[in-house]
Design a protein around this ligand. Sequence first.
Ligand code: 5RP
Length: 230
Amino acid sequence: MDPNILSDCKKRAAERAAAVVQDGHIVGLGTGSTAKFLIESLGERVRLGLKITAVATSIATERLATELGIRVVSLNEVERIDITIDGADEINPDFDMIKGGGGALTREKLVALASRERVIVVDETKLVTVLGRSYKLPVEVLPMAWTHTSRALNELGSQSHLRHQADKPLITDNGNYILDCDFGGIADPAGLEKTIKLLSGVVECGLFIGIADLLVIGRPDGIEERNRPR
Ligand code: 5RP
């Protein structure tokens, strides 16, 4: 899809999701290009008088939200988040997802798990039948043992590559590395998530199971909303 059309789909869907946020809400703010549109839309509503408190899923999100006048607190300062709105890299018909394209998977999962309602905003290119066929699964790992964790992931059937940025290993907001793991199609996302989380050196896995409640899909011809299948 044309990148401008894609961007417009994300923007309109993010604006639709932002409209769900109400006065007094504690809002989890996602990370990525879709989340950026969401934060801009919420920033505009705050400028017009909306009163919210936000919890950010990355340093970049916290910076943007603060610049736009949104009050940001840490996850430890709140007992519960009312609603979290975030993007995704892939989502299947059961609403299982791959996230972490922006390297923020650990904070994204923690914030989502602390939330009463989780809204995921995507353009239609993120809808897949099988996770992991065309997008590699991000896994956040401890730098001091990354080669060992990478081998352990490869023993599970992956081809794992250390993510780089400007010729150096990418360092996450938590000071860790990301391994992008090609599993060539993930038949059992819930089982794989559990297996990966048991590997020493793994901080978090980019499989998000049972987390998305509402999906907002931006399409060139309109916006579709879907509830998680029961
Ligand atoms: C960041 C994420 C993002 O939600 C995901 O990568 C989607 O990004 P975008 O909205 O830019 O397509 O998981 O860690």
